[in-house]
Ligand binder design. Structure first.
Ligand code: E4P
Length: 217
């Protein structure tokens, strides 16, 4: 399963990239606003940190303007992935861009039928939002299971990008289902490393090692 960081914070992206575990980055207008940075500038900087896809979202609602925005965004770097909303105009834009060889991430997917449409429109990635479903009293992971089955039924190549990930259990369940990608805030990705028994184990080993009076170097 590929790991994307869901952030526009450069320091966090650099830190995760240094682990060798970062496969890409997703941003959205809210994350850009939170970063306080210029959209084009920060997107270019992110594209220079990772070789993987960097999702940059259009803000227009009509197909024609989405295409114009995509034209600007895809010139930023070769690894820019155009993010479009799951609407009729968004999917028209998705079809036109992917036919042209541009990566597209169809975002704001909340139903398996919507994911079916995204795959038929040739999306590179579809982003079902699990956390926002959970917030609404619906099990977000059930949506991932349904999309996974539909994509398997028809051998669609669109990758399932689990989005709106809020905790490590979302990551675990995504991997058990076999999702292609998950995108999570840096703090969730960092939390994947933690286990109290790992910490306790290190502490015990170091204490015993010190008692030997030896050194490795
Ligand atoms: C995905 O690409 C979105 O940027 C993101 O996962 C949304 O997450 P949120 O529901 O925590 O805002």
């Amino acid at each position: 399963m590929k790991f994307f960081a869901d952030t526009a914070e450069i320091d966090d992206i650099k830190e995760l990239a240094a682990t060798g575990l970062l496969d890409g980055v997703t941003t959205n207008p809210s994350l850009i606003a939170k970063s306080g940075r210029d959209f084009m500038e920060v997107t270019k900087e992110i594209c220079g940190i990772t070789d993987g896809p960097v999702s940059a979202e259009v803000v227009a609602l009509d197909h024609e303007t989405m295409m114009k925005e995509a034209e600007v965004l895809r010139k930023i770097a070769d690894n820019v992935c155009i993010k479009v909303p799951l609407t009729i105009d968004g999917l028209k834009t998705c079809k036109a861009l992917t036919d042209d060889g541009t990566m597209v991430n169809v975002t704001l997917c909340f139903s398996a039928n919507q994911a079916l449409l995204a795959a038929k429109a040739g999306a590179t990635f579809v982003s079902p939002f699990v956390g926002r479903h959970d917030d609404n009293g619906v099990n977000g992971m059930d949506l991932i299971r349904d999309i996974s089955q539909i994509y398997d039924n028809y051998a669609f190549e669109t990758e399932i990008l689990v989005a709106s990930v809020r905790h490590v259990t979302h990551v675990l369940e995504s991997a058990l289902i076999g999702a292609d990608v998950m995108t999570a805030p840096p703090k969730v990705i960092k939390a994947l490393f933690n286990h109290v028994l790992t910490e306790k184990g290190i502490e015990g080993f170091l204490k015993d090692w010190e008692s030997t009076g030896q050194s490795i170097t």
